[in-house]
Design a protein around this ligand. Structure first.
Ligand SMILES: Cc1ncc(COP(=O)(O)O)c(C=O)c1O
Length: 389
């Protein structure tokens, strides 16, 4: 099956009980066994079937099978948030005394997990500019077990060469974990490029409608099964059946939505680069973006996340954000509607100021998630707000 078809059909099983065309919501915490012997076989793993929704549920299975198919992975785990996915991956792949390397521009709570939480378990992170392969090589230590990247990075839009970094990881006996939230599997498939594990904030483009918080982990069947039992089973950060159902529904239109997101973003970027109030626009689709060629090579389009700076700095940025009408002043991204926010004081406020500035997340940076409204309306709203500066 090709991508659009998989987005609709992968993981779907016709409901045998009532013949429902759409998957029913299995809003149940536990599952009934036919006999004590059957219950024992399910626990032993000698018979397939559901036991208890923290260990699996038909709605979660459909979502996991669909995401594994879309990312070209062997299996997946759906989680209660993107952070539940990221913390599950890191706490299952690393142990006390291990070292990891991560991009210096990352979603704020991912940075905070590595800076504040993992050191309590004696897991150390070195943050480097992962677009620069030599800084990754230099940061490698004998105990480096994980390299972790977001590409494009939130919010700088810096791009990392997944294939090249996967080769470095393999050479040094580490694994590569890629946060594919900004691109989605429709545009970029990190596992095909050599990554070992993909994580998503499914809250974003996967759900697509801004009505669910969830996450996904995808990898080979072996990696995912070793992560699920015992780690994920014991951490317990699952997706609820209803949220899994919403995500399955969202995924069916992922390619259709992302096509419009990408088309709109390019038109908005053209508008922004020509606006006299704007000094810099960061978008991998721009020919002068430092990693434009890598972005072109490893993804089929450039997504709809844009970061930019105004000539008037943060004060001008605040005027813009306080005067948009249709565009929502809100964190999150990848929704059908356009969202604008200020990383330094919002999504990236957990990051220490000096680390934030070193990574290029300046006080004046504004992040825009371009939605799928008519692009003329997005531009008209930006235009009226920018004219108030
Ligand atoms: C790139 C990226 N990864 C992970 C996360 C965390 O996801 P969640 O908010 O679903 O926990 C976010 C949230 O904004 C994000 O932007």
């Amino acid at each position: 099956m090709k991508f659009h078809t998989k987005a609709i059909h992968a993981g779907h099983k016709h409901d045998k009980a009532a013949g429902a065309h759409a998957t029913p919501i299995f809003q149940t915490s536990t599952f009934v066994f036919d006999s004590a012997e059957q219950g024992a076989r399910r626990f032993e793993g000698t018979e397939e079937g559901y036991i208890y929704s923290r260990l699996g549920n038909p709605n979660m299975s459909e979502l996991e099978e669909k995401m594994a198919a879309l990312e070209n992975g062997g299996a997946a785990i759906s989680t209660g948030s993107g952070m539940a996915a990221i913390s599950t991956v890191l706490l299952s792949q690393l142990r006390a005394g291990d070292h990891m390397i991560a991009g210096d521009a990352l979603y704020g709570c991912t940075n905070s997990l590595m800076t504040h939480v993992l050191p309590r378990f004696n897991i150390e992170t070195t943050f480097v500019n992962t677009s620069d392969l030599s800084s990754i090589e230099k940061a490698i230590k004998g105990n480096t077990k994980v390299i972790y990247v977001e590409t494009p990075a939130n919010p700088t839009m810096q791009v990392t060469d997944i294939k090249a970094v996967s080769e470095i990881a393999r050479k040094h006996g580490a694994i590569l974990v890629v946060d594919n939230t900004f691109m989605t599997p429709y545009l970029q498939k990190p596992l095909d490029l050599g990554a070992d594990i993909v994580v998503h904030s499914a809250t974003k483009y996967i759900g697509g409608h801004g009505d669910v918080v969830a996450g996904i982990i995808v990898g080979s069947k072996e990696v995912i099964m070793n992560m699920k039992f015992p780690y994920f089973k014991d951490f317990g950060g699952i997706t609820s059946p209803f949220d899994a159902w919403l995500l399955v529904r969202g995924l069916k239109t992922l390619p259709a939505r992302v096509d419009i997101h990408c088309k709109n973003a390019k038109i908005v970027v053209d508008y922004l680069v020509n606006h006299p109030a704007i000094s810099d626009v960061y978008f991998p689709g721009l020919k002068d973006h430092p990693q434009h060629e890598i972005a072109k090579k490893q993804a089929t389009d450039f997504g709809s996340m844009i970061a930019f700076e105004l000539k008037g700095g943060i004060e001008a940025g605040k005027t813009l954000m306080n005067n948009v009408n249709m565009i929502a002043l809100a964190v999150s991204l990848g929704c059908v509607d356009s969202l604008i926010q200020h990383p330094a004081s919002m999504t990236h406020s957990p990051v220490a100021k000096e680390d934030r500035l070193r990574a290029g997340i300046t006080d004046g940076l504004v992040r825009l998630s371009v939605g799928i409204e008519n692009v003329e309306d997005i531009i008209a709203d930006l235009d009226q707000a920018l004219s108030q500066i």
